[in-house]
Design a protein around this ligand. Structure first.
Ligand code: F0G
Length: 402
């Protein structure tokens, strides 16, 4: 049905192998289907409820999945923000509306299902927060133990709360995310624990359904551009891979320009694209208010450079101030509550539109990746506190200045 294929040397591995990178050359792997022998029509897909599992012919899981009903997230027209920028067709795909509040659930329903399919007994990840929240929930649903490694002091409150409440063993590492990822990779290799970071090719299979749903929600039309915040660079690469599969199946005739946005203090992918480097140069001390994407050595670097270049997309950075301003704009002009990293995608569009880098006639879909409530502290810090008021109508009118 599918093989795991090395994107560097083309080596093939069987679908029942527990492997994350090529044992011959060390490059990343991807899932490759025999598309010529897949019998599916768009009509058939459209007859099913919209969710990750609508697209099961292009997913690796053969049995009953471990599911919390992920996917089927809304695609909102950003009418006000779009009008202000002069972009008629600006959309946000709100991945914060997934079961644990981020797109990671799409990856985990597939990744944890594969862990069981492969006979693994426990799972682990390093995380800037959302991956750990999602893995904790899906591990609970599957009934298997979960270990998560978090960079100490740099994970938003809501995400830690989720990982703890869903019963994961939560370890706070005195180091950043990149170090935590190195450590969990070692741990998994030594102890036979299944690794569910985005180096795991199955997770990306679930995440590619963001692109499938977008096409369906636009009634089969292909956006000119898709814009995603980039951290470990798994998600943008996953969406591109999925859309290439749709072109191979003849369901769409082109792919969007894939555009990655990073924070100013954490932008190795942007630098590699702008300087046309063959590889990214890792950043030792990434820093940003958008802690979800506070990553200096993206594990999917090779995939993202290919994604952006092959799709004729681009990459740009936004400042923390631009991120927070867009978080407020989305909340107050569109009613859409997202966490800081998610606002980076729309902030990136604003920056590029104002600089004349993108054409205002484009149909643009921004992926907003996580919910507002993930990071309540950053929200509270930038809003005026509630107005204190005695429990009388007089005081209320005074407080409201009415
Ligand atoms: N947005 C949010 C809200 C995220 O949590 C992440 C990644 C990204 C964007 C970037 O996605 O890594 O695929 O490029 N969060 C990971 C985590 C690293 O551990 O939760 P990416």
């Amino acid at each position: 049905m599918f093989d795991l294929v090395c994107i560097g040397c083309g080596a093939r591995y069987r679908s029942d192998a527990v492997i994350y990178t090529c044992s011959k050359c060390g490059h990343l792997l991807e899932v490759r289907y025999d598309l010529a022998n897949i019998n599916i029509t768009r009509k058939e897909w459209l007859s099913r409820p919209i969710s990750v599992w609508r697209y099961r012919e292009l997913l690796p899981v053969s049995g009953e999945p471990v599911t919390l009903r992920e996917g089927g997230t809304p695609l909102y027209h950003l009418k006000r923000i779009g009008e202000e920028l002069g972009i008629k067709e600006l959309y946000a795909k709100h991945e914060g509306m997934n079961p644990t509040g981020s797109f990671k659930d799409r990856g985990m329903t597939v990744g944890v299902s594969m862990a069981l399919q492969l006979g693994m007994k426990s799972v682990a990840c390093a995380s800037t927060g959302n991956t750990s929240a999602s893995l904790a929930a899906y591990g609970a649903k599957a009934g298997i133990p979960v270990i998560v490694l978090l960079p100490s002091g740099k994970v938003a409150l809501g995400k830690v709360a989720q990982a703890l409440m869903h019963g994961a063993k939560v370890i706070s590492i005195n180091g950043n995310f990149d170090r935590a990822l190195e450590m969990v990779r070692d741990l998994c290799e030594k102890k036979g624990i299944y690794l569910l970071n985005s180096v795991n090719p199955y997770r990306l299979e679930g995440q590619k359904t963001i692109g499938f749903e977008t096409i369906d929600q636009l009634n089969g039309e292909v956006p000119d551009r898709m814009v995603l915040p980039v951290g470990n660079a798994g998600n943008i690469s996953a969406v591109y891979k999925g859309l290439l599969e749709l072109t191979d199946l003849g369901f769409i005739d082109r792919v969007p320009m894939m555009t990655g946005i990073q924070a100013e203090g954490s932008q190795p992918v942007v630098k590699a694209i702008k300087q046309n480097l063959p590889e990214i140069i890792p950043e030792k001390s990434p820093e940003t208010v958008a802690t979800a994407i506070r990553i200096g050595a993206p594990v999917n670097a090779e995939k993202v450079l290919n994604t952006i270049r092959m799709s004729k997309g681009t990459a740009d950075f936004v400042t923390d101030a631009e991120i927070l301003a867009m978080q407020r704009e989305l909340a107050q002009k569109e009613g859409i509550g997202v966490e800081p990293a998610s606002a980076a995608s729309v902030a990136g569009v604003k920056k590029m539109a104002e600089a004349g880098i993108i054409d205002l006639d484009e149909r643009i879909v921004c992926v907003v990746t996580g919910h507002l409530l993930k990071d309540p502290e950053t929200v509270i810090n930038q809003c005026a506190p509630p107005i204190e008021c005695d429990a009388t109508l007089e005081s209320l009118l005074a407080a409201l200045q009415l």
